[in-house]
Design a protein around this ligand. Sequence first.
Ligand SMILES: Cc1ncc(COP(=O)(O)O)c(C=O)c1O
Length: 339
Amino acid sequence: MIDLRSDTVTRPTAGMREAMATAEVGDDVYAEDPTVTALEAEVAALFGHEAALFAPSGSMANQIALQLLVPPGDELLCDADAHVVTYEIGAAAVYGGISSRTWPAVGAQIDPDVVAGMIRPDGYFAVPTRAIAVEQTHNRGGGGVIPLSTLRELRRVADDHELALHCDGARIWHAHVADGVPLAEYGALFDTLSVCLSKGLGAPVGSLVVGSAERIARARFIRKRMGGGMRQVGVLAAAGRYALAHHVQRLAEDHAKAARLAEAVAPHGVLATAARTNIVPLDLTKHPLDAKALAAAAREQGVLISVLGPRTARLVTHLDVSDAEVDRAAEVLTTLLRA
Ligand SMILES: Cc1ncc(COP(=O)(O)O)c(C=O)c1O
């Protein structure tokens, strides 16, 4: 099977497995795992922040960050398609007592004035807005990259209203490679970031929350409360360190593969937006096949794709799809779309 459903389907490479097998470990709940500590220091430094905390998943990393920034009963603003309100099954409300309000989903195209207009002024028992969250790159927004200028504007909006700014940076590595923006430049714009090792970077598990030393000390408590305190987890941190050393710059290859797939399907009028990174968003509104039918027919021919809605689907390139497999997938999909 050629699996284009997600970049989470990758398996650890031989080099990564070797790094895991030989990792030095300790009890990380006592903060005594040297490989975890090294990974946390490395990631904090990459983003120019004081500290970072290893977490089992991107969802937990996001939710720890949101609990750091928004007290119970107060409000988070994000877009309607954001992972934090779409795929984290109400965690902000359940674990943090956080109220979320969304601006209409436009993926990576954000109008900072619209966001500013949503911030609640102090007033009669109004829910206080405390934080804004954005997603870089934007998953449901077709892997779109939020321009640096927009992020700077959002930082200004947040500062003007004394709000915190969080980045769900599960795929911030892709934005860094696509736009050439240094990770530290992104880091400087946010109070907290969550970054994933288990998406495009190909590690089996792991995300980090990045922020100030004071926030990350609190994050350690929140992680433990959520059941995310882990013991000899250096075996997983070693996979992450290997991924950072070997799998960041190669993301450009995944972007090129996505561009090839996008170019192949574009003549059939199903490309939702340009493929900026490793995601090819399909819009089948005007096509006789709906998303489920296309996915089922592609599966018959050995190609797996994601169904996101009745007429929306997604192809994702990653470490485990070769150039030849991309060509084969393009052939299968174009044949089905032509029929
Ligand atoms: C943008 C984004 N944020 C967060 C996550 C959550 O990561 P996890 O599946 O590790 O909880 C994902 C997962 O695909 C994602 O795409």
